[in-house]
Structure formats: structure tokens, C-alpha cells
Design a protein around this ligand. Structure first.
Ligand code: PLP
Ligand code: COI
Length: 358
């Protein structure tokens, strides 16, 4: 590919054994992509190289002021050996939205998609065959100027890492318990909630740690001002089924515009469900629960896929959803999405992108 050099490893690593239980994001493949940006030069030196540590100045902007963005996507192995990506250009378009917020230079979306295809096909043997497993793809950009003044860097590193991964939650498709966070906030309008940037996740960790101590998988964030309206979960967007209608928080600038969220809204509408994006108060959900109208809750995300929520705890109120079982709409969403992603069904034009064969 023009503008991309490839330097293959001479020391391929042992791959996880077939059938091994894969965690999430803990093992990396033989290669990674790197590219640099320097003021006056733009993006340059796009290269695929053996996976390894990168050298940074201890004064690099990202280490002090968290100037970084990242993405999350997956490569899937179909039963017949096709290698598939899911809407990859959407991730790089979103990365550019995050980049703008973080003062990071814009990427060439087509170049990122095409170079990603080369990288994934080079390490395609690493795409796991286990049920519900895939090759998780992590593009990132970090500010790399060695200077302590608080201002955007004049030098950046773009990298793409590949990690054979299993389900994000150890429980797999089993419904997860979630805790409504009332003390800490994740984002406010005008902040960085809509951007995929490390700082959002750093500031969420304390709440998540407390949730874990209490036996919950993740937290559901409320709006940062009134703490009344539902935002999203730590690594996924959230959907509720109330009285047969599917509702999900609107994109108000404080939550991530999930690609799985957007895809599920379309899949469910195509199936004839009423899907509404609007402001949703947590009190409204509690009232619907008391009235017996809250039948399902599920999260959506690249890593999380479709994760049914079996229990939602808000203060002293514990809402048990659908007896802790996966409900029909969540099950339909899961099957439809995973069938498209793993190439078992044809989705809407352009969603599943075949990049090669193994
Ligand atoms: N919200 C947050 C905070 C996330 O980290 C993610 C994961 O990427 C999502 C939502 C879901 O986004 P997507 O469906 O694009 O993976
Ligand atoms: C993803 O779903 O790709 C994510 O980035 C979530 C996460 C592990 C932060």
C-alpha cells in the first residue's frame, strides 16, 4: 500500500492455544502500526512493525495532561474463513471528532481503514476461533511533545494494537448487575463525554472500583449537573424497554455516540420496534419498574456487544429485570448484531466489510 512500510517480525510469538479462555485485551499480536505527526510535516512514516514498547520522553504531553484519543473495534473470523470488520470508517470518523475536542490533528479516514486492513491481514492467524471471540483493535493517538507547558503538543504518535479477546464481561451473555452512580460524575455538557479519550475513563475508575466492591459489574452514570438523567455505562450505551417501547438517552454531548448504539437503533426500527432517543430520568425508570412496565435493559458496545442488565441498583432500590434472564428484544439485538458481525447474515449495505480470507 502506498505510504505504508511493513517490517515483519523475525520472532513470531506463540499464539493462545485453540480453545483457551481468552480474557479481554491482555495478549497482543506480532505486529502493530505506528505513524507520527510533526508540526510542519503532518502525518508521516506510517509503518507496520513488530509489536513492542515505544519510547517516550517522560515529559511527553500525554503523560502529564492526558492529551490522547482512542478507538475500539474488532475483526471477526467467519466460519468459512472470511475476515470481516464492522463499519470501520465510523470509528475513524469518530476518532476525528474526539481529535478535534482534544486538539489532536485530523486523520485521513481512508488511509486509516486501508492500513488497518493490511495490519489485520498480516496478523489474521491471531483472530481467535472460540465462540464469541474476536480480534480487538485498539487505535490510539498520544501527544508526544517533551514540554511541560499546558498546550497542545507539536508531535503525536498514532498506534494500532491488536488483541485476541473473549467476551468483555466474564459472565459472557449472562445479565450483568449495574449500580447507578450518585456521587461521582463522568461528564457534563461542554466537557469531553462525547469524545473517546483516556481522561474520561481515568475519572470513572474510582466509582467502578466501589461498584465492584459491592458486587456490581459497572456503573450507570447520571448527568453531571442535576444527577437525574441517565447517561451511559462505563464502556457501553444503555437501552431500556418500557411498555414495549425501546428508549435510549439522546446524544447530548455528554455520552459517547456508540457505533453499536447507532446500529441497534436501526436494526430494531427495521424490525418494527418503536425506538426513541430522548432524555430519560432515573426516576422514570424506577416508576416504570414499580408499574411492571420495565421489561428489559441492555447495554451496547464494541467490547460489550449486547449485554443484558439483570439488576439495576439505585440508592436503596434494587430493580430485578426480567428475573435476571435475557429478554426477547435483547436476545434479538444480540443475535442480529453478532450474525452480521460474524458473517452469518447479511446486514445493511457497508456494515460488514470483508478484508480477506484465512
Ligand atoms: N460508551 C462508552 C463510554 C464506551 O467506552 C463505549 C465503547 O466503545 C461505548 C459507549 C460504546 O461505543 P461503541 O458501540 O462504538 O463501541
Ligand atoms: C470498546 O467497546 O471498544 C471500548 O473501547 C470499551 C472499553 C474497553 C473502554
Amino acid at each position: 500500500m502506498k505510504g505504508l512500510t511493513i517490517h515483519k517480525t523475525e520472532h513470531p510469538k506463540a499464539k493462545p492455544a485453540k480453545g483457551a479462555k481468552l480474557g479481554f485485551g491482555a495478549v497482543f499480536t506480532d505486529h502493530m502500526m505506528l505513524m507520527n505527526w510533526d508540526k510542519g510535516q503532518g502525518w508521516h512514516d506510517a509503518r507496520i512493525v513488530p509489536y513492542g514498547n515505544i519510547e517516550l520522553s517522560p515529559a511527553a504531553t500525554v503523560l502529564h495532561y492526558a492529551q490522547e484519543t482512542f478507538e475500539g473495534m474488532k475483526a471477526y473470523r467467519a466460519d468459512d474463513g472470511r475476515v470481516l470488520l464492522f463499519r470501520p470508517e465510523e470509528n475513524f470518523k469518530r476518532m476525528n471528532i474526539s481529535n478535534e475536542r482534544l486538539c489532536i490533528p485530523q486523520l485521513d479516514v481512508d488511509f486509516c481503514v486501508e492500513s488497518l486492513k493490511e495490519l489485520v491481514m498480516l496478523d489474521a492467524d491471531w483472530i481467535p476461533e472460540q465462540e464469541a471471540s474476536s480480534l480487538y483493535i485498539r487505535p490510539m493517538i498520544i501527544g508526544n511533545e517533551a514540554k511541560l507547558g499546558v498546550k497542545e503538543a507539536d508531535s503525536y504518535i498514532y498506534a494500532v494494537l491488536l488483541s485476541p479477546s473473549g467476551p468483555y464481561y466474564e459472565s459472557g451473555l449472562k445479565p450483568v448487575p449495574i449500580y447507578v452512580e450518585e456521587n461521582f460524575v463522568r461528564a457534563v455538557r461542554g466537557g469531553t463525554g462525547f469524545a473517546k479519550t483516556g481522561g474520561n475513563y481515568a475519572s470513572s475508575m474510582r466509582a467502578q472500583e466501589i461498584a465492584h466492591e459491592k458486587g456490581y459489574s459497572q456503573v450507570l452514570w447520571l448527568d453531571g449537573v442535576e444527577r437525574k438523567y441517565i447517561g451511559e455505562v462505563g464502556a457501553m450505551n444503555i437501552f431500556f424497554v418500557v411498555d414495549g417501547e425501546v428508549i435510549t438517552p439522546e446524544l447530548d454531548g455528554s455520552i459517547l455516540s456508540g457505533i453499536t448504539r447507532k446500529s441497534m437503533i436501526q436494526v430494531l426500527r427495521d424490525k418494527g420496534y418503536k425506538v426513541t432517543e430522548r432524555r430519560i430520568a432515573i426516576q422514570e425508570i424506577a416508576d416504570a419498574y414499580d408499574a411492571g412496565k420495565l421489561t428489559e435493559i441492555f447495554g451496547t458496545g464494541t467490547a460489550a456487544v449486547i449485554s443484558p442488565v439483570g439488576e439495576l441498583k439505585w440508592g436503596d432500590k434494587v430493580m430485578k429485570i426480567n428475573n435476571g434472564e435475557i429478554g426477547p428484544i435483547s436476545a434479538y439485538a444480540y443475535k442480529t448484531l453478532t450474525d452480521i458481525q460474524w458473517g452469518r447474515a447479511k446486514g445493511p449495505e457497508g456494515w460488514s466489510v470483508e478484508i480477506g480470507h484465512i
